[in-house]
Design a protein around this ligand. Structure first.
Ligand SMILES: CC(=O)SCCNC(=O)CCNC(=O)[C@H](O)C(C)(C)COP(=O)(O)OP(=O)(O)OC[C@H]1O[C@@H](n2cnc3c(N)ncnc32)[C@H](O)[C@@H]1OP(=O)(O)O
Ligand SMILES: O=C([O-])CC(=O)C(=O)O
Length: 380
């Protein structure tokens, strides 16, 4: 046991919880890099499958390695009939994020390597889960809408196949590109709450599915990935009411409400992912004839920046971007998970490569010890 003086920071702010070589963030300079490669370079040049390789194997793949990973990911575009049957039994009003959490957990029961937890098996599980989570989200959306399931197309990219399985139509190149970039941007972010949750689970020598299930549960919350849905619900209400976006947000602040999509524990300057998503929202706004979503978002961003000195985070412009791609609002956070599973699984693998149980201490503030046990008939 450590003999150093215990310190406590609420929310573990700025606490270093362990080494990691996956993701670099300089929150004051607005820098994010996966395995040392700047997110702007990845967004401009890479694709989601290549980023998966980078996260899981620690380097950019050569042509053959990338081709092999793409083939392996495409081959894993399949769900056991029992998993489909669970999806069909879910209530049609269930939140897709809850269905995803439940079904990812269930998927472990039919995983051919369920009981193995070694490095190579976990890489295969990372590939399998990344492919399957895209299928679970799209299949549940079709089922709840009473539509037939769409067969995966194993020749398409991860992003294009996702959009195909959701809508039944092969997407345009621009829609595929937009989703692909969004998936790259959301893939990893160091020890964010969901990744930390996943690592805590992995560190008990539990399994990949349990860790990813924990990650999904943590991502769901509106202080984390759930914020992208909350952002769009506000944009939508402003639109339906015909309200002035700045006046609406002033009203929220007057009620001491936090505005979803703003603020960040690590970035004190612009979130570099928001730079790309802002541009994508603007571009999609013009190309789809729905520029109002971008314009209202921009007005809110400028107001919050001047009034509260807060920057938009990754969730703010992903809301309008996903809406203009024709995606339902309650799929926004599941899509974040479809991307983030790549990062969660990379962190699980890294954790297990040099594992130690994660078990912090609490700063005890309860009744002093010893406090006498009061018999029932003597209690107030
Ligand atoms: C993928 C992601 O997870 S990105 C984050 C997604 N979450 C959101 O967008 C939800 C809205 N944002 C927030 O709640 C926060 O900024 C968080 C959760 C992201 C970061 O939280 P923390 O680092 O704990 O910051 P904390 O909540 O203590 O905020 C610090 C101060 O800024 C204010 N603040 C922070 N974010 C916001 C916001 N979005 N709207 C209004 N005020 C805010 C707080 O009220 C607080 O003010 P105070 O010191 O006067 O009380
Ligand atoms: O890092 C965080 O705390 C939240 C975040 O932006 C992410 O998970 O992408």
């Amino acid at each position: 046991m450590s003999t150093t003086t215990p310190t406590y920071t609420k929310g573990l702010e700025d606490v270093i919880a362990g080494p990691s070589s996956i993701c670099y963030i300089d929150g004051d300079a607005g820098i994010l890099a996966y395995r040392g490669i700047d997110i702007h370079e990845l967004a401009d040049n890479s694709n989601f499958e290549e980023v998966c390789y980078l996260l899981w194997f620690g380097k950019l793949p050569n042509r053959t390695e990338l081709q092999e990973l793409k083939l392996n990911m495409a081959r894993e575009r399949k769900l056991d009939a029992s998993v489909i049957s669970i999806l069909r039994q879910a209530p049609k009003h269930a939140l897709p994020m809850d269905v995803l959490r439940t079904v990812v957990s269930a998927t472990a029961l039919w995983d051919p390597e369920e009981k193995n937890n070694d490095h190579d098996t976990n890489v295969r599980k990372a590939i399998r889960l990344t492919s399957q989570m895209a299928m679970i989200v799209t299949a549940y959306d079709r089922i709840r809408k009473g539509k037939p399931l769409v067969e995966p197309d194993r020749t398409l990219s991860h992003a294009a196949n996702f959009l195909l399985m959701l809508s039944g139509e092969v997407p345009s190149k621009s829609a595929e590109k937009a989703l692909d970039i969004a998936l790259i941007l959301q893939a990893d972010h160091e020890l964010n709450a969901s990744t930390f949750a996943a690592r805590v689970v992995a560190a008990t020598l539990s399994d990949m599915h349990s860790a990813v299930t924990a990650g999904i549960g943590a991502l769901k919350g509106p202080l984390h990935g759930g914020a992208n849905e909350a952002v769009f619900r506000i944009l939508d209400e402003i639109d339906k009411l015909g309200a002035d976006p700045v006046e609406y947000i002033k009203g929220m602040l007057a009620q001491k409400k936090k505005v979803p999509g703003f603020g960040h524990r690590v970035y004190t300057t612009e979130d570099p992912r928001a730079t790309h998503l802002r541009q994508m929202s603007r571009d999609l706004g013009y190309s789809s004839g729905q520029i109002k979503w971008f314009e209202n978002s921009r007005a809110i961003e400028e107001f919050i920046k001047s009034e509260k000195k807060l920057n938009a985070n990754v969730d703010f412009y992903s809301a309008s971007t996903y809406h203009m791609l024709g995606i339902d609002v309650d799929l926004f956070t599941p899509i974040f998970a479809v991307s983030r599973v790549s990062g969660w699984s990379a962190h699980v693998i890294e954790q297990l490569d040099d594992n130690r149980l994660i078990r912090p201490r609490a700063d005890y503030v309860g009744p002093k010890h010893p406090t006498a046990y009061t018999q029932m008939d003597q209690r107030a």
